[in-house]
Design a protein around this ligand. Structure first.
Ligand code: GAL
Length: 824
């Protein structure tokens, strides 16, 4: 029963893990017990957020970390992405945005702690879950089980990361920021099918990790059988009912999903600020010690890093910071206020006796934390019903607890926060042309992808079988050509059907140089009519992966590409010829990739200008452009394009696929924060391209001329491609009497230029665009707001009767101020 043992075990369970032996003076011991993480003797609750270093640029890191700090976090968490660092065996890359050491140094500079999730299996909607494909191609290897080859490689990489962190003195035990490290990732969710070997693998993981001697505790998430040398933690949308497997362990939540990821062809997922705050408050109501937002900033899957199959390039996640690093309001601010309310109670939460009492048929739960030191109290009052409820706490007062919400009561008698009452602004961020820029049609050059050789069946190597794609490409490219020849001995042309059993994700079929069809999906059978001419015919099949699978038991073994086929020809008499063991010729990657067509300095492409070629598959496009004015984040609108890959000045923006739209149904515009959230509950963007805009980090851009290069795989038209900025345009506030309304144009780049609506009283509506006058309204509503805010980047208004010059008897019990303003 959660809540029952925390006080009793407090002293008894203190387990020293850290050591401050020979390290720098600032070395900190990281210890824990069931109610606190104890850093240098200080008992703490930890508020953490995930920011994955390769999903942004080095230039963005400080700003993101600073915004996390301002949002009330004290810790930043990231995975390590093995396949990004070791693309080829023993060839390492830790430069640019792969410099995880620098990332943690920036975390420390900001005065925050770090959590290092080495994995090295990450999942994370990252290509192949973070595993390098060369690892898969080692004979006799079996991933994530008791297999010596795998364990050796995993240990080698883990040790490499640990040693780099040690050398840079990144562990708290050495004076660095890292307070926890993770080994494996959610293995407990999939381990059943691995049997006994899986169980011993878990033991080995823990042992191997602990032997690294990092001086801070190790964790394993979703691993209820984790040995006592590591702490098992929870992942999910809610973790209030989770109990660690040892009474000595603190209750930790490594992944609180702040929204969800998006796949190509799917709608945009959203999780409300109210429900996210509710889940966090419930967790701390029930003895939570550490909570991490997954993601706090999601960012972008640049290059070919997105997992899959079919994970989109944007990894926005509806996180508190959006893909571009803007504050996602009200989520960011509502959580900031929650963090402040929790941190105010930190001393009590981490050392107290806890008791829960139920009211209203059990719907309302009052949890009282009473400090073991001075008897000070902090209460959580939660209501899990879909309706609001009144509760009488006698001498501590009477409260109305809104539906599906938690109130935090300082001293147990003063509400400092309620998860369902959002008192912070909502920002509507738009993509638009910067005010100082003039609309401009880009002028394009194009170059066909050289396909002559593969369409003639000429590749780089041969095999008398249909190879699995990873085995053939080592994931050096999304693309693999499979080519063979077929003799038609007759004197006439022959109608046949080409049938390909395909394991994913995008197949183009050509016969004698002509595309006869294409299809995409997970696994499917492709079947299209084709005409065989007399004599030799060439069949060329181009297979493209769209992110390698990243999750599930034995996910690494799932085949990609044509993988064994069969590939068959069926003639009009229904005779099937199996071509699978023909001699197949192979070509890995596009010629344009080999020739670096995406790199404006490479000069290998023969660009043609004038007479723009549109709607043609396998075409490269190039244009030059000026960076949009100002400092706001930049996006490129790829409306009109089909599917492919984009680069700015040689830097990859990731895959694009704007022609693929989300299902037109299922976005009813309503998003009830009440009740259990699941991915798929609050969706938007029905019927629109899954992803029309692609982030162009400012650091990719020069002051002068910039080059955008697109590879178009299926046919598109670049005429409408344009560069825009993301800007906070409309901001809305909604704040109850007795608190302060803060409005800001987000980052000081714009000012409040118009107050579109202001009403103090009992206005109706709760979001931008929906406000209306209620039964009463202070006549100075507008002028007071205008005076406080016009022409300013940010303003704050004391929401009180005095501010609006009304009498004590004015309005209703719960007056509120709503404002809608414009930033320019
Ligand atoms: C978890 C996993 C994360 C991420 C998340 C969904 O299962 O540990 O890495 O994939 O799901 O976003």
């Amino acid at each position: 029963m959660p809540g029952s043992w925390i006080g009793i075990l407090l002293i008894a369970s203190l387990g020293l893990i850290g050591s401050c032996s020979a390290a720098a003076a600032a070395a900190a011991a990281v210890e824990y017990d069931s109610s606190a993480v104890i850093i240098n003797g200080q008992r703490k609750i930890i508020l953490s957020g995930s920011i994955h270093y390769p999903r942004s640029t080095v230039e963005m890191w400080s700003d993101l970390i600073q915004k996390a700090k301002e949002g009330g976090l004290d810790t930043i968490e990231t995975y390590i992405f093995w396949n990004a660092h070791e693309r080829r065996r023993r060839e390492y890359n830790f430069t640019g945005n792969l410099d995880f050491v620098k990332f943690f140094q920036k975390v420390q500079e900001a005065g925050l702690y770090g959590i290092l999730r080495i994995g090295p299996y990450a999942c994370a909607e990252w290509n192949y879950g973070g595993f390098p494909v060369w690892l898969h191609n080692i004979p006799e290897i079996k991933f994530r089980t008791d297999n010596e080859i795998f364990k050796n490689e995993m240990q080698t990489f883990t040790t490499k990361i640990v040693n780099m962190a040690k050398e840079a003195k990144l562990f708290a035990s050495q004076g660095g920021p890292i307070i926890l490290a993770q080994i494996e990732n959610e293995y407990g969710n999939v381990m059943g099918p691995y049997g006994e070997a899986g169980k011993s693998y878990v033991q080995w993981c823990a042992q191997m990790a602990v032997a690294q001697n990092i001086g801070v505790p190790w964790i394993m998430c979703q691993q209820s059988d984790a040995p006592s040398s590591v702490i098992n933690t929870c992942n999910g949308f809610y973790c209030d009912t989770f109990t660690p497997n040892s009474p000595k362990s603190p209750k930790m939540w490594t992944e609180n999903w702040t929204g969800w990821y998006k796949k190509w062809g799917q709608k945009d997922p959203h999780r409300t600020a109210e429900d996210l705050a509710f889940s966090v408050a419930r967790f701390f109501q029930y003895n939570g010690v550490l909570q991490n937002y997954y993601m706090y900033y999601g960012g972008t899957n640049f290059g070919r890093t997105s997992g899959g199959p079919f994970i989109a390039t944007s990894y926005d996640y509806d996180a508190p910071l959006d893909e571009y690093g803007n504050l996602n309001q009200p989520k960011w601010g509502h959580l900031k206020n929650l963090h402040a309310a929790l941190k105010l109670g930190e001393k009590i939460l981490t050392n107290s006796t806890v008791k829960t009492t139920k009211y209203s048929d059990g719907w309302v739960e009052l949890t009282t934390y009473t400090s073991n030191i001075d008897g000070e109290r902090l209460c959580f009052l939660s209501n899990t019903k879909m309706d609001g409820l009144d509760v009488d706490l006698q001498q501590d007062g009477k409260y109305f607890v809104p539906a599906w919400s938690v109130s935090i009561l300082q001293d147990c008698n003063k509400e400092t926060y309620n998860t369902a009452k959002v008192n912070v602004q909502t920002s509507l961020i738009v993509k638009k042309l910067h005010e100082n820029d003039t609309p401009l049609k880009l002028s394009w050059e194009w170059a066909p992808e050289p396909t002559k050789a593969p369409l003639h069946g000429q590749g780089g190597f041969k095999a008398t079988q249909l190879l699995e794609q990873k085995a053939a490409t080592y994931d050096e490219s999304d693309y693999l050509w499979y080519m063979t020849s077929v003799d038609n001995n007759g004197t006439a042309s022959k109608n046949v059907t080409l049938r390909v059993k395909y394991s994913g994700q995008f197949l183009h079929a050509f016969v004698n140089g002509k595309e006869i069809g294409s299809q995409h999906g997970y696994t499917f059978t492709f079947e299209k009519p084709a005409l065989l001419k007399p004599g030799t015919n060439i069949i060329s099949l181009l297979s493209a992966t769209v992110g390698l699978q990243n999750y599930g038991e034995f996910f690494d073994e799932g085949p990609e590409g044509i993988a064994g086929g069969p590939v068959e020809l069926i003639d009009s008499g229904n005779t099937t010829t199996d071509l699978s063991s023909n001699e197949w010729s192979y070509k890995v990657g596009l010629n344009g990739e080999g020739g670096r067509f995406y790199d404006p300095t490479s000069g290998r492409a023969k660009w043609v200008s004038g007479n723009l070629r549109v709607g043609r598959a396998m075409t490269w496009y190039k244009t030059t452009f000026q960076a949009p004015s100002g400092t706001e984040p930049v996006v490129v609108d790829l409306q009109g394009m089909g599917k492919g890959h984009a680069w700015v000045n040689g830097n990859s923006l990731g895959r694009f696929w704007p022609i693929l739209t989300a299902d037109p149904n299922g976005c009813d515009g309503k998003c009830d924060y009440r009740g259990q959230y699941k991915e798929g509950k609050c969706l938007s963007n029905c019927g629109n391209p899954t992803q029309r805009w692609y982030h162009v980090p400012r650091s990719f851009l020069n002051n002068g001329s910039n080059t955008l290069i697109l590879f178009e795989e299926i046919g598109g038209n670049p005429s409408d491609v344009s560069f825009q900025i993301t800007a906070t345009e409309t901001i809305c506030g909604n704040t109850y009497e007795g608190t302060t309304l803060e409005l800001s144009c987000n980052g000081g780049r714009r000012i409040i230029s118009d107050i579109q609506y202001a009403s103090f009283g009992d206005p109706q509506g709760s979001s931008c665009g929906s406000f209306q006058r209620g039964s009463v309204e202070a006549s100075r509503s507008f002028s007071a707001v205008e005076k406080a805010c016009m022409g300013k980047e940010s303003c704050s208004i004391n929401v009180s009767k005095a501010t609006f010059g009304v009498e004590d008897s004015f309005g209703v019990d719960n007056n509120r101020l709503v404002v809608q303003a414009v930033c320019t």
